[in-house]
Design a protein around this ligand. Structure first.
Ligand code: INI
Length: 155
């Protein structure tokens, strides 16, 4: 049997982070986590472009434009959609997730969904560097693994 799996060795390249300014105090922590994970795996801050959008709803547009530049090994999306008192939570979170999923399925580079969708601000804080880890770091690790996997599978 020939087993193929991504690793964290062959994942050099340029990366883009698409970050939502909405709930930016959470997004800032996710970015910190992502950059830390990248740098500990050989991807320096100079290898990363950080692209800000107003909120999660705008992310698929920015990701599509970034893919078309051909410059990136992977694009990760970081943000937070918090249900709280937001009646249109389902639309914002749903459109963001399905837009990113479609781009990931159809593009030649991996697109990573690092957008928190939580009921409360407390849950978002837990996932942004406190007791439930840092989902920004997880997103960066997923990007590295998928870039490595893509290079091993080849065209
Ligand atoms: N955008 C977010 O990223 N998170 C949210 O929690 C949020 N809420 O709560 O509304 C949110 N809304 C803005 C949305 O993403 C768009 O920027 C806006 O609708 C303009 O298109």
């Amino acid at each position: 049997m020939n087993e193929i799996a991504g690793n964290f060795i062959k994942c050099e390249g340029r990366y883009a982070i698409v970050a939502g300014r909405f709930n930016h105090f959470i997004t800032d922590k996710l970015i910190e986590g992502a950059l830390d994970a990248f740098s500990r795996h050989g991807i320096s801050d100079d290898d990363v472009d950080l692209v800000w959008v107003p909120g999660a709803f705008e992310m698929p547009f920015a990701v599509r434009k970034l893919i078309r530049t051909g410059k990136y090994a992977s694009v990760i999306t970081l943000g937070a959609v918090i249900r709280g008192a937001t009646p249109h939570f389902d639309y914002v979170a749903g459109e963001c997730a399905s837009g990113i999923a479609r781009l990931n399925a159809e593009s030649d580079i991996p697109i990573v969904f690092g957008v928190l969708t939580t009921d409360t601000i407390e849950q978002a804080i837990e996932r942004a560097g406190s007791k439930a880890g840092n989902k920004g770091a997880d997103a960066a690790m997923t990007a590295l693994e998928m870039v490595s996997l893509a290079s091993q599978i080849g065209d």
